[in-house]
Structure formats: C-alpha cells, structure tokens
Design a protein around this ligand. Structure first.
Ligand code: GYE
Length: 324
C-alpha cells in the first residue's frame, strides 16, 4: 500500500510540476490538455487503487497532463480541490465524488469558468446543467443483482441480514443500500438485523462483524457487504468465531467490486455472490475528452455493463481472463 502511494505521489508531483512550470503548452507544440482529477481516496480499497492506476495510465501519454488531488475521503476538501483546479484554469475537471451532496456552488463556478466537469464512478445530487456527463455504474442495479441471488438462494426461508455499508452518502453506498432496502420491504421472510458503515475498509468491517456476532450469534445467515475489502473483514471475523462461511450452508456472503483476489475467494466458496464494479474508467474518460475536443458531445449518463459472479458457477478461467 505504501509503495502504491509513493508511486502515486511521484506521478502526481511530476504532473503538477510540469503543469506549474510550463502552464499550458507553448503555442508552437501540440495542445497539452490539462485535466484536474479529484479522486476521493487513492488507496481506499483494491477497487480504488485499480481505478487510480487506470486514470493515471490513460493520461500518461503525450498531449495530456493529469493532475490528481486526493481528498482522503473528506468531502469538503474534495470540493476545495475542485475549486483549486478551477483556479488553475485546467481544461477539464473529472470527479470521483466522496459524497453525493454539496456540489452546486463549486460546479457553478466551473460552469462560469467554462470548464467541463466529467463525473466518473460516483453519481451526485446536482443540477444536470452543472456537469457534462456521468460515466460509471448504476449502483442500485448492482444491488439488485445481489438481492436476486439472495431470493434464489434463500427462497422462502428466513433471511437474517447484516449490512456493512460503504462510506455514507457516497453514490455507491446509497445505491447498493437502497437495493437491499427494497428487498427487505418486498420479502416478509427477510430481516435486516443491523447496518453500519465500514468505510470501505477490511479492519473496520471486521470489528463491526465481530460485535454483531456477539450480539446476534447464529441468527445471522447473510452478510451484505458493499465492497470486497469489507466482505473480507466480515469473513475473517466469522472464521475467527468458528462460523461456517459461504457455499451452500454457511453464512451467505454478498460482496461488490469483484477484484481478482476476491473472485478467488468466490471460487473457494467463501464469497457466494460478487457483483462486478468495473474500476477501469481511464479509457472511458479519455474517450469522452477526446470527443469533446472534436466537438462531439457524450451521452449525459453512460452506465457501464457489469455482471455478477457466483461461488457455484465461477471458474478459474473466468478469473484469469479478468483485467483487475
Ligand atoms: O465499491 C469501493 C470503492 O465507488 C464503486 O468505492 C466505488 C466504490 C467501490 O472504494 O471499493
């Protein structure tokens, strides 16, 4: 993790220095498109590290200069980061939003500065005229893939669920939690015993799961974890408590992201259902910017196609063929 951050810092400083030193490319050379990328927290999770790499790699080519800020998941700081990009007069702003709310003022400033704003990964609550487009998942649809599996797996049997949520207020958490809420409302045999945010992290999720095991014991038969890292934490807690995990008759584990190491756990039967959330947004964002440079407008909302993987149908070949 520390190595990842070090490499990241070198890349980001180099990009910033290049920008600070040279400003926009001299008139004679090719236009250097400067992109301000407001990342929520570059090393937040396996998913986020893959997402960060994808963005940095996609723009690490001649003609582009990507400057990435890292808000450390502080929503107010991320808004300030975006204002900083406006002050730098970047050509484009790309945002992976910590929180869905709080964007209107700074996005209006970007609009007044005529800087297009591309939302990536996370959707937000802001007037549509304040952002150019959104490219990323439909998080509620991701959650519906998981609840569909729960319906098949449990049938009419009692389902006693604990929900380890992502960072509260993020689009990913809001959508995935909403799908679970719909499932609980729809099925009288489903009970939500408890929910709490694990802030995308393994250790926090493990602590929360440990306390729930003490509180609910063997009543828990389903963990709905809103990303792989938190699912891993829950599994560690369950195994340390001597509980049977996954497969046909263990505590059912739902996860999201489908990073390769956790697809391996799905193949082992520890994770029953893993819903993909593709982090490789770099090429998508670069394509949108390249088109905008040619005057081609993107779709306002581009939901990416995603699938789900299950413990009893996934294969090693499927895992080996994955890009992340
Ligand atoms: O599920 C989680 C990451 O926004 C979809 O954020 C992303 C989520 C992902 O930290 O692992």
């Amino acid at each position: 993790m520390k190595k990842f951050i070090a490499i990241l810092l070198v890349l980001t400083v180099a990009a910033s220095m290049a920008f600070a030193g040279g400003g926009k490319q001299a008139a004679s050379g090719p236009k250097n498109i400067t992109i301000g990328f407001a990342q929520c927290k570059a090393d937040e999770s396996d998913w986020r590290m893959a997402n960060t790499r994808s963005m940095l790699n996609s723009f690490n080519v001649p003609g582009y200069r990507l400057i990435m800020s890292d808000s450390n998941n502080d929503a107010a700081k991320q808004v300030a980061d975006v204002q900083g990009f406006i002050n730098m007069e970047v050509d484009y702003i790309v945002i992976a939003a910590v929180n869905m709310d709080g964007w209107d003022t700074v996005l209006r400033n970007a609009k007044n500065a005529r800087i297009p704003v591309i939302l990536v990964d996370r959707n937000i609550n802001a007037a549509e005229d304040l952002w150019t487009c959104y490219v990323g998942p439909d998080f509620k649809v991701e959650g519906q893939k998981a609840t569909a599996w729960m319906e098949k797996h449990f049938g009419s049997n009692p389902v006693n669920i604990v929900n380890i949520q992502g960072q509260l207020g993020s689009g990913a958490q809001v959508g995935r939690s909403a799908a679970l809420d719909d499932g609980v409302a729809k099925h009288s045999n489903w009970t939500l015993l408890a929910r709490q945010t694990g802030n995308w992290g393994t250790d926090t999720a493990k602590q929360i799961m440990t306390s729930w095991i003490q509180q609910f014991g063997d009543r828990i038969n389903c963990v709905y974890a809103e990303n792989d890292n938190m699912a891993d934490g829950a599994i560690q807690a369950l195994k340390e408590a001597g509980k049977k995990v996954g497969k046909a008759d263990g505590v059912a584990i739902i996860s999201f992201d489908a990073n390769r190491p956790y697809l391996q756990m799905t193949l082992e039967g520890l994770i029953n259902c893993n819903v993909e959330c593709n982090p490789l947004h770099g090429p998508r964002v670069k394509g949108i910017i390249d088109n905008l440079e040619k005057g081609i407008q993107p779709k306002k909302i581009e939901y990416i196609e995603e699938e789900a993987f299950f413990w009893d149908t996934i294969t090693q070949a499927i895992i080996d063929a994955r890009q992340y």
